[in-house]
Design a protein around this ligand. Structure first.
Ligand code: FMN
Length: 260
């Protein structure tokens, strides 16, 4: 079992790193054979996203930036668990982590992390902005990942035992859930929201104008039937019901847009 920890703090061995080391020792106490790799975004050659849309439209291989992104991406696919860790800076993730998320945001159009469990970790001085940061850190896990967990750790400048004890309990619980998810070979069972997500993108990818603008999405969805990966029984039924509804909604919206 492999865990890849991606640290998005400019302070490489700062509070966030210390918390991930705490998580590592908790995981090792559950299963001593887990292997860990730490990747510090501060050490990576990761250029700023230029917003050219090449990855979304023509495919990630057409990104003009030549740097470490592909190597990092391959590592994420080989990991069973991904810990995305960053401090809260000005009520959100630091620029290093934001750029990393931006660079992989095409995976929200064409999801790929179906066999990975995610744990988002953020440390904060106060508690301001923690929720926002954890939501940003969880974005890449939002399309079909096995599990998406969040844990916030306050590191106040003055000791606050009540707050710290509560956070320690939450951390312990989240680590256990993260381990169980990695240990479970089954993929996430999609629900209504997941099917709606799939149906929205599949429908959109089949519109003639979209097909021309975004052939990468069209190619990705054309072979996929009910969901991103094979599903059975009632789930196939749910998907079949949603597909025409989604098509109709898109047609109505497109008509409205054209007439205004
Ligand atoms: C530029 C900057 C902005 C920060 N903004 C916030 C914030 O919005 N809310 C908060 O609670 N703490 C904030 N903090 C405190 C950090 O989140 C906290 O100290 C964190 O544990 C630092 O982690 P690190 O050592 O891994 O960088 C900020 C710190 C810095 C340096």
């Amino acid at each position: 079992m492999k865990v890849l920890t991606i640290i998005g703090s400019p302070r490489k061995k700062g509070n966030t790193y210390k918390v991930t080391k705490r998580i590592e020792s908790k995981l090792l106490s559950i299963n001593s054979s887990i292997s860990f790799e730490y990747l510090f975004l501060a050490d990576c050659d990761l250029k700023m996203c230029r917003g050219c849309f090449c990855c979304f439209a023509k495919g990630e291989n057409t990104c003009p930036l030549k740097d470490d992104l592909n190597t990092i991406y391959e590592k994420t696919l080989q990991a069973d668990g991904i810990i995305l860790a960053a401090p809260t800076y000005a009520m959100g993730v630091p620029a290093l982590m934001k750029n990393f998320i931006d660079r992989l945001s095409y995976t929200l159009h064409r999801p790929c992390f179906f066999d990975q469990s995610f744990l988002a970790v953020s440390t904060v001085g106060g508690l301001v902005g923690l929720k926002e940061t954890l939501n940003q850190l969880s974005l890449l896990a939002s399309a079909g990942a096995k599990k998406s967990l969040k844990v916030g750790v306050p590191m106040p400048p003055i000791s606050m035992p009540l707050l710290e004890n509560k956070a320690a309990k939450k951390l312990k619980k989240s680590v256990k859930a993260f381990y169980s998810s990695m240990n479970n070979v089954k993929r996430h069972k999609p629900g209504f929201g997941d099917f709606a997500y799939f149906a929205a993108f599949k429908t959109m990818s089949q519109f003639e104008s979209y097909k021309e603008e975004c052939p990468a999405d069209y190619e990705y969805y054309k072979e996929k039937e009910a969901y991103f990966y094979p599903v059975k029984g009632m789930r196939v039924f749910l998907s079949k019901v949603l597909a025409p509804i989604m098509r109709l909604s898109f047609k109505l919206i497109a008509k409205d847009t054209a007439s205004t």
